[in-house]
Design a protein around this ligand. Structure first.
Ligand SMILES: [Zn+2]
Length: 290
């Protein structure tokens, strides 16, 4: 009996190490100018994300690095002078030979407790997830901006709704000055950053988020659940994206409609009618990524 018990323990230990080894490594470089509370939440959020949306450890080629450095700081000039000069903004950034994550948290967001101070972590992490599933097909040339950024925007809002009980999705969508009617009339403009980045067109990627929510709503009409529809948009499309030369093909395969068909349906929506398309408040990310 004792022997069996020891074998069992040994097995458990080896299983654990196997799991630990498979995990993609994120290295945290958190500036000491950030409040303790933010750092605690950052650690928690990263733990949840890595559990629910794990990044496979064989993704180094696509991320052009062995593991990934994350630099986080409260807005200040030249936060990490020894590593890289004058980092600015939040992004998955690259210099051609390597990639890293930047999280610049404005003092105002911390002082006024804007939820964006946390949602930005989920947003940038989600881009890493998209990069790995699609095998690095995230640039404007490779995938439509509205699916890339709209997906990340909707995901981050869902995250903070679930864990902090608040989000800014509805408010942003209600503010018509943040996004343009062109979403309905000329959606192809939202396939590229450069044709949709004028002020008021897609501020905070609100127009792109509207497009993603309409897509989910249309998918639900095919008798699939809200969770399944989000899974198609958040994961399946990106997995399919890796297999095709053109994103339009991946779109058609995943959603069983062409981009043109979708844009036509989108044209029938109204900006003010949000009730139908906003995600259910009780939707959990664990139900989508399972
Ligand atoms: Zn983004």
């Amino acid at each position: 009996m004792k022997k069996i018990f020891i074998i069992f323990i040994a097995l458990l230990i080896s299983l654990n190490t196997a799991v630990a080894n498979e995990k993609f490594e994120f290295r945290y470089n958190v500036h000491d100018n950030l409040p303790k509370k933010w750092v605690t939440e950052f650690n928690n959020i990263m733990d949840v994300l890595q559990e629910v949306l794990p990044i496979q450890d064989n993704m180094n080629d696509y991320l052009k690095s062995s593991g990934m450095d994350i630099y986080a700081w409260k807005s200040t000039k030249n936060p990490f002078p020894k590593v890289k000069k004058n980092m600015k903004g939040s992004c998955i950034c690259g210099d051609g030979s390597t990639r890293w994550m930047q999280l610049e948290i404005p003092s105002e967001e911390l002082a006024k407790k804007y939820i964006h101070r946390y949602s930005v972590i989920a947003h940038e992490y989600f881009h890493v997830y998209q990069i790995t599933l699609s095998e690095n097909k995230l640039s404007d040339r490779d995938s439509p901006k509205w699916l890339t950024e709209g997906g990340a925007k909707v995901f981050e809002e869902m995250y903070v709704n679930q864990y902090y009980g608040k989000d800014s999705l509805k408010n942003d969508l209600k503010r018509t000055e943040m996004w343009s009617k062109k979403v309905l009339k000329k959606p192809s403009l939202y396939e590229k950053h450069k044709t949709s980045n004028k002020r008021g067109m897609d501020d905070n990627y609100t127009g792109s988020a509207f497009m993603v929510l309409v897509l989910v709503n249309e998918l639900e009409k095919n008798n699939i659940s809200e969770q399944q529809a989000f899974q198609l948009v958040f994961s399946d499309f990106w997995i399919e994206r890796a297999k095709h030369r053109k994103w339009e093909k991946a779109f058609e395969k995943t959603f069983e409609m062409s981009t043109e068909e979708f844009y036509e349906k989108l044209g029938k929506y109204k900006r003010g009618r949000l009730k139908k398309i906003l995600p259910s408040k009780n939707l959990k990310i664990q139900d989508i990524f399972s």
